[in-house]
Design a protein around this ligand. Structure first.
Ligand code: SF4
Length: 214
């Protein structure tokens, strides 16, 4: 049976309410204190998990305390400091270059433009979206692997194309909740709707999810 847009929106709204009550205090999956730290964490994130990145940055930010420390650091030392992260040599270079660009071209302030952010080495659309929403409070859809997988399971999209997925979500959910929504879905992906063997029997969404196995 085809679900009308109105019915889908009602289901979506109930799903959001349930996720919010399940993870009431959950904010960004990335730990950071200063804007440039969010930039660096996003560069580290490609092919890595939030947990791996948070673990590495915990000590990294004690050693490199400012954007200047990253921009003018010894590249080999930085490579070794992030050595536990996949593709660490390329990422170290991206971190150093991105920090230099922010200092030289943007007076050490992260640009507020998506187009400018994705020109930074190692920064792609969803990383730029996360920075815009976290630093500048601009609602954004941050499609990490968990979100892409779960919105498909929830039948909010049938597409594999990122821009189409974004459009499909944007049609169903109000813009003001986009950032929080994608964080909550991502959290649910880490805890319950895990990629291999989703725990449908424990899932608070199982009555609203067309892919539920219970
Ligand atoms: S019911 Fe199952 S498939 Fe649907 S969101 Fe929950 S864990 Fe994922």
């Amino acid at each position: 049976m085809i679900e009308t847009l109105a019915v889908k929106k009602r289901r979506a709204s109930n799903i959001y309410a349930l996720l919010k009550s399940t993870y009431p205090n959950f904010q960004s999956p990335i730990n950071y204190y200063q804007p440039h730290e969010l930039l660096i964490a996003n560069i580290l994130l490609q092919y890595s998990s939030y947990e791996q990145v948070n673990m590495v940055t915990k000590t990294l930010y004690k050693k490199y305390q400012s954007i200047i420390d990253f921009a003018y650091c010894n590249l080999e030392s930085l490579e070794s400091d992030i050595g536990r992260i996949e593709n660490h040599k390329q990422k170290a270079e991206n971190i150093k270059q991105s920090c230099s660009i922010i200092i030289d071209d943007y007076k050490s302030v992260l640009p507020v433009s998506h187009d400018d952010l994705i020109k930074l080495p190692g920064i792609e659309t969803d990383s730029a979206n996360m920075m815009l929403s976290e630093i500048y409070n601009i609602p954004s859809l941050i499609l990490d692997n968990h979100v892409k997988r779960i919105v498909t399971l929830l039948k909010f999209t049938r597409s594999h194309d990122l821009e189409k997925i974004r459009d499909d979500i944007a049609e169903i959910f109000e813009e003001m909740i986009w950032t929080k929504l994608t964080y909550l879905i991502s959290k649910h992906g880490v805890q319950i709707c895990i990629e291999i063997g989703p725990k449908c029997e424990m899932c608070i969404l199982n009555k609203l999810c067309p892919s539920s196995s219970v």
